[in-house]
Design a protein around this ligand. Structure first.
Ligand SMILES: Cc1ncc(COP(=O)(O)O)c(C=O)c1O
Length: 402
């Protein structure tokens, strides 16, 4: 059976987290942390900035923020959560990072011994997993997503992790990037249950785009974050960069059982979440109006996604959306004159859109099973109209299809 202690690196198992005097004493004349008690080097501070006491180190634990995040996720549990009263999320399940990019890196450093252990990914997938692995000298194994459909190959993954016990982590992305496809929750649960007796590794589900997915039954969420206390080998990553529109503040969230979150919190830099980031994250996730703004903007994006898909796929030389519709982007095939997906044409379109028309999309044609693909984020109504216009012009000039 899965045993966390056997995969956490020995140096992390015994790590004593950094402690400061402020862990024990928070009030009074605070002369314990070599801060500048004369205040920030800023001329004029707004009322909010003054209240943030920016000359002080931020709170290392962020319990208020974590409580708000778990309240938000617990309000719509995953339908597969068997015992919501007992197994719902609590702040001890969370570790906050500087964007989920830090969370990705931290997990790798927690369980993979450099030069020895491996990580498994299912391409096409988010590029930072391999970059973090390479930086940490962790080798990468792959089991591609099934094509078409971009769902996981359960049997392929199970065979791979059993044949190579040096694999310690599996990164799944749901909804995927660049696929925009939600992975079937029942498949991931099958993997969690079947892998646990035969493989001592963590299944990480990166849910950066989860809020753009709508569960059929509105009382539940497709997010697997609420299942972390039910499956000790499950880790879920989320971010405020997408649905919350806060990529600039850099806040990522790792959900996992409390034992693992204890190791992750011990590893992290004590003050990784700045006071400014925490303040904005609290406003966005706690107050009803923040959550309402998030859900309104998700609805607008979903509507605009339909518009983009309809308008763009009606153009000559634009093929199918090869991904799913569970995210804030689409993945369109660009075709040559024979109607075949073409990297050459796609790259020319990408380049002309950017250089001549000031519209930047992403060329993804080199990703596995994405030949000829452009990944296009859904913009505002006006941006999307402009994009469609420019797209038409560029396609005409590229292919002489007037
Ligand atoms: C699948 C996925 N995970 C994580 C991230 C990074 O998120 P963050 O901004 O929180 O670092 C991205 C960003 O595009 C992403 O696509």
């Amino acid at each position: 059976m899965f045993d966390l202690k056997k995969i956490v690196r020995p140096n992390i198992l015994t790590l004593e987290p950094y402690r400061c005097a402020r862990d024990d004493f928070k009030e009074g004349i605070l002369l314990d942390a070599n801060e500048n008690t004369h205040g920030p080097a800023l001329n004029q501070l707004s009322e909010t900035e003054t209240l943030l006491e920016l000359n002080r180190y931020p709170d290392p634990h962020q319990l208020d923020l974590k409580q708000q995040i778990v309240d938000f996720r617990n309000a719509k549990p995953n339908v597969n959560l068997k015992n919501p009263e007992k197994d719902g999320l609590y702040p001890g399940n969370l570790c906050l990072g500087v964007g989920s990019d830090e969370s990705i890196d931290m997990l790798l450093r927690c369980v993979c011994v450099p030069g020895k252990d491996k990580m498994l990914i299912c391409p096409p997938t988010y590029g930072m997993y391999s970059i973090c692995a390479t930086v940490n000298d962790v080798a990468i194994a792959t089991v591609p997503l099934k094509f078409p459909g971009f769902q996981i190959d359960i049997e392929g993954i199970l065979a791979k992790v059993q044949e190579d016990p040096s694999i310690k982590l599996l990164y799944l992305t749901s909804p995927g990037n660049p696929t925009g496809q939600l992975l079937r929750v029942k498949d991931i649960i099958e993997l969690l249950e079947k892998s646990s007796p035969v493989w001592n590794g963590l299944v990480v589900v990166d849910e950066a785009y989860i809020d753009f997915t709508q569960a059929e039954d509105e009382r539940y969420s497709e997010s697997m974050s609420t299942l972390c206390n039910q499956y000790p080998n499950l880790v879920v990553l989320q971010t405020l960069s997408k649905s919350f529109g806060l990529a600039g503040i850099r806040l990522g969230i790792t959900y996992c059982n409390e034992e693992l979150s204890g190791y992750l919190n011990a590893m992290k830099y004590p003050y990784n979440i700045s006071s400014l980031t925490a303040n904005i994250a609290k406003r966005a996730t706690g107050d009803k109006t923040g959550l309402q703004v998030m859900s309104d903007s998700v609805s607008k994006i979903i509507k605009q996604r339909e518009y983009l898909l309809r308008e763009l796929t009606a153009l000559p030389h634009v093929g199918r959306n090869i991904g799913g519709l569970d995210s804030n982007f689409i993945l369109l095939e660009i075709l040559d004159n024979q109607g075949v997906p073409s990297n050459e044409v796609a790259f020319t379109v990408y380049n002309k859109l950017a250089v001549d028309n000031n519209v930047v999309v992403r060329f993804r044609g080199k990703e596995l099973n994405c030949t000829g693909a452009l990944r296009i984020s859904v913009g505002t109504e006006q941006e999307n109209k402009t994009l469609v216009e420019k797209f038409k012009q560029v396609l005409q000039s590229v292919n002489g299809t007037k």
